[in-house]
Design a protein around this ligand. Structure first.
Ligand SMILES: [Zn+2]
Length: 425
């Protein structure tokens, strides 16, 4: 996963343009990705797909011919979506177009101007303070033309048409945690799911932030209606603990599944309530859709100093953190895939488990987790409690509850409640 982050890192991405296409091309070597192109000017709800931006070169040269700011050194040096410019300017004339982050003098900030035509350069405060009075040659060799917005989809069909959505943004240039980490974890999650039997169908979206999500929703209302659970993945590669931002609904199965998985890991984590700011959960959770989509992060965007700066680099994203994020996603998938509702076929008093070899005692104190899990499942399998309800109420790991439920089903002590329809009254 870290190698994939490293491979994607140098590419200059934006909300449109060849950087996204090149990125999707690399993802396609790992998983099947269908690429979609939405023409500039297309209306998508209240928005319009913007012109396509591409850039070849950009620099500020001193009168001695030295590139004092060079796009080829780091693509963050250009205000993303800068209009083309060629000019000779004094330092004073250039200054309003320069952006730095004085609080971290060695770092280059990441700035964009998607919806207002502007040009500019981003540079470290150290670099800025070294600029002398001079006549500078300024060049941004970019173009903003009628083209397309590009996004990618990886669809993995399952037993049912009900879908699990995994979405991440692909519009950031050389920034790793936000959000090459999300892309990489999503790709490896899809890769793993390709090898598994799937009850749900899975749709992975690799979309430019905001406008990409809006464009996808506008073109895919039917698919959106099939989304039963969803996760936006972002900032999942740093050393911080997990943060999960709940869906707008707040009590959706995805919210409970993620909370359950995090609670049963031994690491610090935090559950955050929904707010209408953040990543593309904002669009998926807009009131017209109100989809059960939450956002999984490690460190929270905007709250780590490296956020949107050149310090969000390859060293800020750790292989072990990426791996733990992937495992967390797989645990969440396991809960969603296996969360069913059962009915105890023998609800009058406890069934005789010992006779069936299902009440194994080791002679020590207590009855052990397995036996206790069987008792919880038999007690709460009344057609109204899901396995996740049971696991949470018992304070036990979902996979243990799932395992004993499967075993009890094999022994005829449980029935899938969905198969029988009405719950036991
Ligand atoms: Zn960002």
């Amino acid at each position: 996963m870290h190698d994939l982050v490293a491979e994607l890192y140098p590419i200059c991405r934006s909300i449109t343009g060849n950087g996204v296409r090149q990125t999707l091309g690399i993802l396609e070597r790992h998983i099947p990705v269908a690429t979609f192109e939405v023409p500039s000017g297309t209306s998508v709800y209240d928005w319009t797909v913007p012109k396509e931006w591409n850039i070849r070169d950009a620099y500020v040269k001193s009168s001695r011919g030295e590139r004092v700011i060079d796009f080829h050194e780091c693509n963050l040096h250009v205000l993303n979506y800068s209009t083309p410019v060629r000019a000779k300017l004094t330092l004073e004339e250039l200054r309003p177009h320069l952006f730095s982050a004085p609080e971290h003098p060695a770092w280059i900030p990441y700035r964009t101007s998607y919806y207002k035509e502007a040009w500019g350069f981003c540079l470290s405060q150290d670099q800025l303070s070294r600029l002398d009075e001079d006549e500078y040659e300024v060049c941004i060799d970019s173009e903003l033309t009628d083209g397309h917005l590009t996004y990618g989809e990886c669809f993995l069909p399952g037993e049912t048409a009900d879908e699990i959505l995994v979405s991440c943004h692909v519009c950031h240039p050389s920034l790793c945690n936000d959000n090459l980490s999300g892309i990489s974890v999503a790709v490896f999650l899809a890769k793993e799911l390709l090898t598994r039997e799937r009850r749900y169908s899975y749709r992975f979206l690799f979309i430019p932030g905001t406008i990409g999500a809006i464009a996808w929703l506008a073109r895919n209302e039917a698919a959106a209606a099939r989304i039963r659970h969803g996760l936006v993945l972002t900032c999942v590669g740093d050393a911080g603990g997990f943060h999960y931002k709940k869906s707008r609904r707040g009590d959706a199965e995805i919210d409970r599944a993620v909370a359950h998985v995090l609670r049963h890991q031994n690491d610090p984590y935090e559950i955050q309530e929904f707010s209408p700011y953040g990543y593309d959960e904002r669009q998926f959770c807009s009131p017209g859709f109100d989809l059960p989509v939450g956002c999984l992060m490690r460190s929270v965007w905007g709250q780590f100093p490296q956020y949107h700066t050149s310090a969000d680099d390859l060293s800020f994203v750790l292989p072990a953190a990426l791996a733990a994020s992937l495992h967390t996603c797989l645990d969440v998938v396991d809960v969603l895939e296996h969360n069913r509702t059962y009915r105890n076929t023998n609800p009058y008093c406890e069934p005789a488990l010992g006779r069936r070899g299902l009440y194994r005692t080791t002679g020590g104190p207590g009855i052990g987790d397995e036996n206790l899990a069987r008792l919880w499942v038999l007690n709460l399998a009344d057609g109204r409690h899901t396995l996740l309800d049971i696991a949470d109420r018992a304070g036990m790991n979902f996979m243990l509850i799932h395992r004993v439920a499967s075993e009890l089903t094999e022994h005829g002590l449980l029935q899938d409640a969905a198969a029988r329809g009405a719950p036991v009254s």
